[in-house]
Write a protein that binds this ligand. Structure first.
Ligand code: ADP
Length: 400
């Protein structure tokens, strides 16, 4: 079954066409700058053929038209007919408390995704635009929603409730949701395979470190706690997001500088994190480079980033009453030798010992802890698209 996997943002669409039975991708790419001048589509075919097309891509409907055109094209395509796309799998950010697993998209599901606009205004509207664009371009093709929040829906109440009046939870559903669910799920399943152990018998901490960063404590295959909260702002330091702060700080700054709610939102989401502390960049590669060149603020940013991960490793091991393995994934987790080393440094009392040579080796998927390390440490490239493709196939086949 060929599944078109889509991740629709406000001005971008990322896609992969995956042959779900063999788990191989046929083509992948992305569109940037939808609705702006200079919009482009970049497509990579499984055999390495690459093409970039510029065009007037005014909205998500046109974006899907462009994707279909390249997938069908004689010179760069991989399919002969639209009907060769058997199903579509969408990454949908917020499933609220309604969805604890992936679902076939129906009118009812669309209504629920819309109901969650209020708690996910930056993501759900664009995800839904992608769903509507597929209804227009590929009418009748089954569509499945895979939610970022679903994997964390079994978290116990003591982990998801905030110390706020309970009525705010009952009335507005203010609670911890957690995100990056497909990634935490993928790497936890993969690490169980690599350890040759049932996922249900493992206590894991998964660290998804990309532009957005989150960690999850996974006990018996269930996410029992995670660092992102009501929104993806909480927890770890990120590229441009603050992660954990004392909430009073924002009230204090609003009083001092008279900033508006929208400006406060931008401050926390766009001008903080690695970028905010360093003043150099939100990109970990540049932070490490500048730190090594002696830039003090880049070093502060790097230290805060790693310290917070280390702190959460300790607290999640305490929460689960033990720890079998830590997994690093995402652009930083998969590639930054320095971040992995710093996060695991001085953790021998915790049973964590890193083998520096393996940590520095070029292999993508690897065990980087030493043979005598009680807690194993892995690097596993994430594959959220594959999770979406496999869920989509399973759901569509059971409904047929
Ligand atoms: P997104 O969350 O947008 O999917 P990614 O998972 O691709 O992002 O991660 C982006 C981050 O990964 C950036 O901070 C980038 O600097 C970092 N990164 C990518 N390659 C390396 C590398 N070789 N060393 C350190 N950081 C890296």
């Amino acid at each position: 079954m060929n599944v078109l996997v889509l991740n629709c943002g406000s001005s971008s669409v990322k896609y992969q066409l995956i042959e779900a039975d063999t788990q191989k991708w046929l083509a992948k790419g992305g569109i940037e700058r939808i609705g702006m001048s200079g919009a482009t589509l970049k497509n990579i075919r499984h055999d390495g053929d690459e093409i970039t097309i510029a065009g007037e891509i005014v909205d998500h409907i046109v974006a899907i038209e462009y994707i279909l055109a390249v997938l069908l094209s004689r010179n760069h395509g991989v399919i002969n007919d639209k009907s060769d796309i058997h199903a579509i799998g969408h990454r949908v950010v917020h499933g609220g408390e309604t969805f604890s697993s992936s679902v076939l998209i129906t009118d009812e599901v669309i209504k629920s995704i819309r109901e969650n606009f209020e708690i996910a205004p930056l993501h759900n509207p664009h995800n839904l635009r992608g769903i509507n664009a597929c209804q227009v371009n590929l009418p009748g093709t089954p569509q499945v929603a895979v939610f970022d929040t679903a994997f964390h829906q079994q978290m116990p109440r003591k982990a998801f409730l905030y110390g706020l009046p309970y009525s705010l939870y009952s009335q507005y559903k203010i609670r911890r949701y957690g995100f990056h669910g497909a990634s935490h799920r993928y790497v936890s399943e993969r690490v169980a395979m690599l350890m040759n152990t049932e996922l249900k018998q493992l206590k894991l901490i998964t660290c998804h470190l990309g532009n957005g960063c989150s960690m999850a404590a996974i006990n018996d295959g269930i996410s029992v706690d995670t660092t992102m909260g009501f929104t993806p702002l909480e927890g770890l330091l990120m590229g441009t997001r603050s992660g954990d702060i004392d909430p009073s700080i924002i009230l204090y700054i609003m009083g001092k500088e008279g900033i508006t709610l929208a400006e406060a939102n931008t401050l926390l989401n766009k001008h903080s994190g690695l970028q905010g502390i360093s003043g150099v960049s939100s990109d970990m590669r540049e932070i490490v480079q500048e730190m090594k060149n002696g830039d003090k603020k880049a070093k502060y940013a790097f230290d805060v980033f790693c310290y917070r991960i280390k702190k959460y490793i300790g607290s999640y091991a305490a929460a689960m009453g033990g720890l079998d393995a830590v997994v690093f994934t995402g652009g930083i987790g998969e590639n930054s030798v320095d971040v992995r080393k710093d996060c695991c440094d001085g953790m021998a009392y915790f049973g964590i010992r890193i083998d520096d040579a393996v940590n520095e080796s070029k292999e993508k998927e690897k065990l980087i802890s030493t043979a005598d390390s009680k807690t194993k440490v892995f690097v596993i490239p994430t594959n959220e698209e594959l999770v979406i493709a496999v869920d989509t196939k399973t759901i569509v086949q059971t409904k047929q």
